[in-house]
Write a protein that binds this ligand. Structure first.
Ligand code: OTU
Length: 626
């Protein structure tokens, strides 16, 4: 049926436009799928086919507007569909204003990024925002205009080009669950102007908000209770996050089409990865939690099919910081090719707090594998809070009570627990439920701020795990010089995540080459890890085999020729000889060089991250046949 619908629409398009053969080829390959996803969601509306036909027309227009150089990149990427799985991929992320001032400032940092080995750069949202609060750019007033203090849309396109020329893929957010309350769509919706009056969830009184709130979770309770905000005249608008971020009403297919046009205009700037912000929330349904409903997946797949037709160079990264079962539902080459790995992120912190990476070892064993063609983005921290998104069922198998353990972790990382080296700050602490998440830079949370002797080793270990487990490792820029947080930033009072978003630490960058400074020690360690990641084809892709070190303080896994053993404790650890009996007697230390004798087992120093080339000596110099 969808083939037939696609054929009808194709004939109609051919009568209206002169179409490029490459467009037609991609249309034929992907439009039936787009039709299926779109009609699964909107099929019972009388105007469903008309909407689909209009969408097809939008695609032709977007194709024509897409620059030639990007059409060329599209052709390349069509033949290299897993470019993002290469061991050469190493990501970094930053706020343009805070890390580099403006877009020109980012351009000036390209040599630095190249030298560090970065090949993917996520710039935090940089489009126009309201005056005053804007959630670090996540409240967007126009998807077509760059924030004036950062530069122009042309500057952005030029920066994307320069990055690409330097081998760095640009990632930007698609903030598509909500717009700012002063986006022209929102202003007109509030004024009741058609068609925008159907673009948001605005209700005349509390009846429907009360009904929805019976089953919907509170996300930002510090900002406002529940999910709705008053408009001042008795009406209420759905705002999952801050009061100035209004949720779009995807129940209306025109909203989907409008956002698809914004997506393709962002893609046309030369963006190669779109970070799909707050994916879980885009579909609401009375009587449900309105998170990760089936329609969310259909719509993401529809957006994905649109990119396959118009901009196949673009892939999606899912931002679902939720239960691991739910995270997994977004990961598919037809949906999001990439996904943050919030479970691994949380469990590295968990392992460091407990000194026992047992939950992490379990996660690598049962939750790491992904469908072919998809990859994790492995990170130590992002611009957001750190939340404890492990599965209670998994924890229970290890005798851990999820609820109590989260309380322990929050106490540990806010420095309230005895013996803690962490100096984090709670985020969205909800006294009603006892929930909280954690803010603070990596250096704050791992002890650098108060001069703990193991802080650098912990930072190295945490980033080492991200670099070694697969997918795309992601560096939070500033972390490579051990940047400390700024609890005095005035924005912190309203949102503690600003603690870990301070301005560029010039003095620490100046010390990056100084091995006697903290900054220099962290920098040298992280730089070496990035070089290691890029030197070993074994680290491409996602395939990983867990290795049981039979020591509860040590994490173990292999990636191709490499065996990784990571001591999560501040004490020396021993790996028994019988555990190593399947390994060669001698192995090369891939980080430090030199050899390690494995016959009597392995000694690990506190927090040691040991990476062994277990093919014996010299595989990389070609002495062992592959
Ligand atoms: C995202 O995060 C962004 O990463 C945040 O910076 C934004 O504030 C927010 O959306 C609104 O645009 O709740 O604490 O997966 O964890 O989507 C961060 C669900 C958030 C949420 C996530 C959201």
């Amino acid at each position: 049926m969808y083939e037939a619908i696609a054929a009808l629409i194709r004939a109609d398009l051919l009568s209206a436009y002169r179409l490029d053969p490459a467009f037609l080829r991609r249309f034929d390959a992907h439009f039936p799928r787009l039709a299926r996803e779109f009609l699964t969601v909107y099929g019972d509306r009388v105007d469903a086919l008309l909407q689909l036909r209009s969408l097809a027309g939008d695609l032709v227009v977007a194709w024509e507007e897409r620059p030639d150089e990007l059409h060329l990149l599209d052709n390349e990427r069509e033949h290299d569909t897993t470019w993002y799985a290469s061991e050469q991929m190493v990501g970094a992320m930053a706020y343009v204003d805070r890390w580099a001032g403006d877009l020109d400032g980012v351009r000036a940092q390209i040599p630095y990024l190249r030298d560090l080995g970065i090949s993917y750069l996520h710039l935090m949202p940089l489009f126009a925002v309201p005056d005053g609060d804007h959630d670090g750019g996540y409240a967007i007033s126009s998807y077509r205009d760059v924030r004036p203090d950062l530069g122009t849309t042309e500057d952005l396109a030029e920066l994307a080009r320069d990055l690409r020329a330097a081998g760095i893929s640009l990632c930007l957010d698609l903030v598509f669950n909500h717009t700012a309350h002063d986006h022209p769509w929102a202003l007109q919706a509030a004024d009741g102007v058609a068609p925008f009056d159907q673009y948001y969830w605005i209700f005349p009184d509390r009846t429907m908000p009360d009904a929805y709130e019976r089953t919907v979770r509170e996300i930002f309770p510090d900002d406002h209770p529940g999910s709705f905000v008053p408009l001042g005249d008795g009406r209420w608008a759905w705002a999952t996050f801050h009061r100035y971020q209004w949720d779009l009403r995807y129940a209306n297919p025109e909203v989907f089409r409008a956002m698809a046009r914004e997506m393709l205009s962002i893609a046309a700037l030369g963006v190669e990865v779109l970070r799909m912000d707050a994916v879980a929330f885009i579909w609401k349904e009375l009587g449900t939690p309105s998170e990760s409903l089936p329609q969310v997946h259909h719509l993401l797949r529809a957006f994905n099919a649109i990119c396959r037709i118009v901009a196949p160079a673009v892939v999606f990264k899912s931002e679902a910081i939720v239960h691991p079962d739910e995270v997994a539902t977004y990961i598919d080459t037809d949906e999001c090719q990439l996904s943050y790995n919030p479970l691994q992120m949380a469990l590295v912190w968990e392992g460091l707090a407990t000194t026992k990476p047992l939950l992490l070892q379990q996660a690598l064993t049962r939750r790491h594998a992904l469908p072919p063609g998809t990859q994790w983005v492995n990170y130590v921290r992002s611009h957001d809070d750190i939340g404890w998104t492990f599965a209670d069922e998994d924890a229970a198998e290890l005798g851990i009570d999820g609820h109590d353990h989260r309380r322990f972790l929050n106490a540990w990382y806010t420095g309230r627990h005895e013996g803690s080296w962490a100096r984090g700050v709670p985020f969205q602490e909800n006294p009603r439920t006892g929930d909280a998440r954690i803010s603070g830079t990596t250096a704050d949370l791992l002890g650098l701020v108060q001069g703990d002797p193991f802080a650098v080793d912990r930072i190295t270990l945490a980033y080492g795990i991200a670099m070694l487990t697969g997918g795309i490792p992601l560096l939070y820029l500033g972390d490579e010089v051990g940047q400390l947080g700024d609890p005095d930033d005035p924005l912190v009072a309203r949102d503690t995540r600003w603690v870990h978003r301070p301005p560029r630490p010039e003095e620490r960058y100046a010390q990056a080459g100084d091995p006697s400074a903290d900054a220099g020690r962290v920098y040298a360690a992280l730089r070496d890890l990035i070089a290691l990641r890029r030197a070993w084809p074994d680290l491409a892709g996602n395939a990983l085999t867990p290795f049981d070190p039979r020591n509860e303080h040590v994490l173990g896994f292999t990636r191709g020729h490499l065996l990784v053993l990571a001591n999560f404790s501040p004490w020396p650890q021993h790996i028994a000889a019988e555990v190593m009996s399947g390994q060669p007697k001698v192995a090369t230390d891939a980080r430090e060089g030199g050899t390690r004798y494995l016959r009597d087992g392995v000694e690990l120093t506190p927090y040691e991250l040991l990476v062994l080339d277990v093919t014996g000596a010299g595989w990389r110099s070609g002495s062992v046949d592959e």
